[in-house]
Ligand binder design. Structure first.
Ligand code: GTP
Ligand code: ZN
Length: 294
């Protein structure tokens, strides 16, 4: 019997789907297809009381994914908001934040940056590093998942949010605090390595209330953007986007071209040199990825 269901857990190749009546079934896919994500609405064949086969995904409102030249990894489908979780400790990667923001902008998903572990004395340094993103117009919400999560809760209201971030930033701790029965495994971080131990291995969707849902996703090391067009990049970066259309040449790549508005903004100090370096690195990376596809 064919039915519509929702993917509530994704192990990458195997899934758990929830039917309209709340029943949950373990679901495999046809052939070797694995291009489904947590949050997907899918058309399934129910095999028995426990198992189903996924036939296809229904039209997605949004799809958050990362990709390099060879493969793409789906993070979550149909989310309205991405909560980029960083922590005061271990140190977080600016590169990863910037990339996640671009992926979100490309899909029309609202980004929120969440600085966790603000109970630790090292919070000021992290705050300073995040000030640039506040300047870009992105909200930065400070919490301590272990002590007080309340600044984050209004942001989740009425949204389908996905928690994204490096391992060890505290995504599972946030999930546990919001949904006590989530029982997500939280391991002590290996402080010696200044990095979190990889704990979450699958994406999982939880209901927060009648209108709000949350997806916890595995920790990320990198965020490939091979699916984004090189020419679209500046439009997806708010500090660059402000100056688009003001360069002398309409097809300016903001490299050596005379009369480049982005370079002018750097001279004036409204865009940081690091952001232009980041843009240029991404332009090179995406051009190389596109070239290797053909
Ligand atoms: N001091 C402090 N520690 C925290 C806080 N939130 C989480 N931690 C600790 O940080 C470590 C990592 O937390 P997790 O929730 O496992 O991190 P994660 O982002 O889910 O990591 P992955 O599952 O690997 O993606 C654990 O040791 C937590 O106890 C916080 O608000 N304050
Ligand atoms: Zn330019």
């Amino acid at each position: 019997m064919t039915e519509t269901a929702r993917i509530v857990t994704s192990y990458g190749k195997v899934y758990i789907v929830e039917l309209a009546d709340g029943r949950r079934l373990s679901a495999s896919t046809r052939g070797k297809k694995t291009d489904y994500a947590c949050g997907d609405q899918v058309d399934i064949d129910v095999l028995n009381l426990e198992q189903a086969v996924i036939n296809k995904a229904l039209q997605r409102k949004t799809l958050l994914y990362r990709s390099d030249a060879w493969r793409s990894k789906m993070i979550a489908a149909n989310v309205t908001q991405i909560v980029i979780v960083v922590a005061t400790e271990p140190s977080f990667s600016d590169e990863l934040i910037s990339r996640a923001l671009i992926a979100a902008e490309a899909e029309g998903i609202r980004p929120v940056i969440c600085l966790n572990k603000c109970d630790l004395p090292v919070a000021d340094a992290a705050r300073e590093r995040l000030a640039y993103y506040t300047g870009l117009g992105y909200p930065v919400v400070e919490i301590s998942a272990k002590q007080d999560l309340s600044p984050l809760t209004p942001w989740l209201e009425g949204q389908v949010s996905v928690l994204v971030g490096q391992s060890g930033m505290g995504k599972s701790t946030i999930t546990n605090a919001l949904i006590p029965e989530a029982n997500a495994r939280v391991k002590e971080i290996s402080t010696a390595l200044d990095s979190g131990k990889h704990t979450t291995t699958h994406a999982q969707l939880y209901k927060l209330n009648a209108t709000s849902e949350l997806i916890d996703s595995p920790g990320l090391q990198s965020f490939g953007l091979a699916h984004i067009g090189v020419e679209d990049l500046p439009r997806l970066m708010p500090d660059m986007a402000r100056h688009l259309g003001q360069c002398r040449f309409h097809n300016c790549r903001h490299r050596q071209e005379p009369g480049c508005a982005i370079h002018a903004a750097i001279a004036e100090g409204t865009i940081s040199q690091e952001r232009l370096n980041f843009l240029q690195r991404l332009q090179d990376e995406l051009s190389a990825a596109a070239a290797s596809k053909y």
